[in-house]
Design a protein around this ligand. Structure first.
Ligand code: PMP
Length: 417
């Protein structure tokens, strides 16, 4: 046989593995927690199915027309006619997939074009596309920072940043969320001569707060560190060219990470940089080399979307107006929000505990509104919230209905008076 085992040596009816050696036993706690949640009569918030998607802001969930306020479709590009046409054309011309890695057989014309679209969008000399944003962080962080070097990250960093640190061999140093002083202090304790990468996010996606990047980049420079900023939740609508919070604050950084899964409206990840040696990443980065490249239809939609985002001024203005309407309306009702002012397209409604968060989430869903439930470990410890993410395509009328639903659901669960 292929394994070299002779059939007669196999026990065809093996005894079950003892419970203490059953590798699946470690999930018993999670299984019980989920069971208890479902037994309490609520819909499982982590198993929602979109039966139909009608537009960037509307879907059918459990047979019911639902307003989507919990997707990352900030710029509403998923149904853009040019974007969809580009995908169909690529499907016809290049087929459904690449069957291989970028290094070997997986670079098609549209991969080259989407990287050029990114260079043009960011005004940078280098762009490398990964299969997801998760892999862009995993690959860039683990490849950039080596043995004896340091990666310094915000405690509230996205899981993909943490995983990039774990995959690598560098020393890991965390600083308090958005604390410039703590970053300064921790950088000051590290050996002067060692290579250092400070990893920041423009928008932190759980609370929707932005980073004081100007101060953080200045402190990083003072200590001789390079800076990587993940702009996943800001692309398309922060800064004069939609490049992100770093552009909005007038900064230069060494590496920008982004994703196609949010404002761009498809799937994929990337890193852009002006570093003259940036291309060398392609030769060394395992999450770039050892996986298949994105399908041609995906990169073609991404390239078209990115080129349109560069000039989507009107959409940007509508998105910001929507953020102000939702944030202002919820504040006036007495909800506790993740930020005092609308800082991004994410508005987080903070609740007392998991039970209240899930009850309110269910009431909203039953009323025809989908938002995200977020809980630890995705959120800071002890924080349960309903996360709303806005789209440029939400209408004033939709948001008026959203606010009415929040009022009645909030009163029903006792979150507001
Ligand atoms: N970085 C941040 C800050 C994110 O929020 C996310 C996804 N939510 C990612 C990276 C990963 O992006 P992707 O969905 O493309 O894997």
């Amino acid at each position: 046989t292929e394994t070299g085992l002779q059939p007669e040596t196999l026990d065809l009816d093996p005894a079950p593995v003892a419970p203490d050696r059953d590798l699946m036993s470690k999930f018993d706690g999670l299984i019980a927690e989920r069971r208890a949640l479902i037994d309490s009569g609520v819909t499982d918030p982590f198993a929602i199915v979109m039966e139909e998607v009608r537009s960037p802001t509307e879907a059918v969930i459990k047979g019911r027309e639902t307003i989507l306020l919990g997707t990352y479709n900030y710029m509403g590009m998923t149904f853009d006619a040019d974007v969809v046409a580009a995908g169909k054309q690529a499907l016809d011309r290049f087929g459904s997939g690449t069957n291989g890695s970028r290094m070997l057989n997986g670079t098609f014309q549209d991969h080259v074009e989407v990287e050029q679209a990114l260079r043009d969008f960011y005004g940078m000399t280098g762009a490398i596309v990964f299969s997801t944003g998760y892999m862009a962080n995993l690959g860039m962080i683990s490849t950039l920072v080596g043995k004896g070097e340091y990666v310094i990250l915000d405690a509230d960093s996205h899981a993909s940043i943490y995983d990039g640190c774990k995959q690598g061999v560098a020393e890991i140093v965390r600083f308090r969320h958005n604390s410039v002083d703590d970053l300064d202090k921790r950088l000051g304790r590290l050996p002067k001569e060692a290579g250092k990468l400070v990893v920041l996010e423009g928008v932190y996606s759980m609370l929707g707060d932005i980073a004081p990047l100007r101060e953080m980049v200045a402190v990083s420079r003072k200590h001789g560190a390079m800076v990587l900023v993940d702009e996943a939740h800001s692309m398309g609508f922060f800064g004069p060219n939609g490049r992100g919070v770093y552009e909005d604050q007038g900064l230069d950084v060494d590496f920008v990470i982004g994703t196609f899964s949010k404002s761009v409206g498809t799937v994929g990840g990337f890193c852009v940089s002006d570093h003259p040696k940036f291309e060398a990443i392609r030769l060394a980065c395992r999450p770039y080399i050892f996986t298949a490249s994105l399908p041609p239809s995906v990169v073609a939609t991404a390239a078209t979307s990115i080129r349109k985002l560069a000039t989507a001024t009107e959409k940007r203005e509508r998105l910001w107006a929507n953020a102000r309407q939702l944030h202002g309306g919820l504040t006036a009702m007495g909800f506790k929000l993740g930020t005092e002012t609308p800082q991004s397209a994410i508005v987080a409604v903070i609740l007392d505990d998991q039970q209240q968060a899930v009850a309110m989430w269910q009431a909203l869903l039953d009323g025809g509104l989908y938002v995200n439930v977020a809980r630890p470990p995705a959120t800071p410890q002890g924080t349960y919230l309903l996360r709303c993410s806005l789209c440029a395509e939400h209408t004033t009328d939709q948001l008026t209905r959203v606010l009415a639903m929040f009022r009645s659901a909030g009163q029903a669960v006792g979150a507001i008076g």
